[in-house]
Design a protein around this ligand. Structure first.
Ligand SMILES: N=c1c2ncn([C@@H]3O[C@H](COP(=O)(O)OP(=O)(O)OP(=O)(O)O)[C@@H](O)[C@H]3O)c2ncn1[C@@H]1O[C@H](COP(=O)(O)O)[C@@H](O)[C@H]1O
Length: 107
């Protein structure tokens, strides 16, 4: 289900970037502003995520995580990277200890 939602949102982002009017589409409006504006939003949303976590507010944290994921999808689209590629990378890491992976890079 998660994979399908991410793929659908990525499809919508691609369609809006290709054809939508910036006056009626948030995606088109931000895309028209360029990469720096997108990355600024990713940074802002990451900060808001951290603040919600520090407040211990799980509901707000969920909301901010959605904002962060959405703006990350927008930035990924700028590089032609699909959410499936990110999910495949996470899947590749399953079963691989983060500590072992870190140690293997230090050898
Ligand atoms: N998931 C989202 C989504 N999440 C957040 N947002 C927008 O991201 C913006 C985040 O802004 P902030 O929280 O910083 O609040 P703000 O002060 O209003 O924003 P700024 O003025 O600071 O830019 C808000 O305008 C939200 O509405 C989103 N806008 C769009 N989507 C998806 O993208 C699709 C296409 O949207 P449009 O391009 O607008 O049709 C939608 O159907 C959704 O699936």
């Amino acid at each position: 289900m998660t994979d399908a939602v991410l793929a659908r949102v990525a499809d919508t982002i691609a369609a809006r970037r290709a054809a939508a009017d910036p006056s009626s589409s948030y995606v088109a409006k931000l895309a028209a502003k360029g990469l720096d504006a997108m990355l600024k939003k990713v940074g802002e949303e990451a900060t808001e995520f951290v603040m919600a976590a520090k407040d211990g507010d799980a509901t707000k944290l969920t909301y901010e995580a959605a904002d962060l994921w959405f703006h990350s999808l927008l930035a990924l689209a700028e590089f032609g990277v699909r959410p499936e590629a990110v999910l495949a990378e996470l899947a590749r890491r399953e079963g691989l200890s983060g500590l072992e992976e870190f140690a293997s890079r230090k050898e």
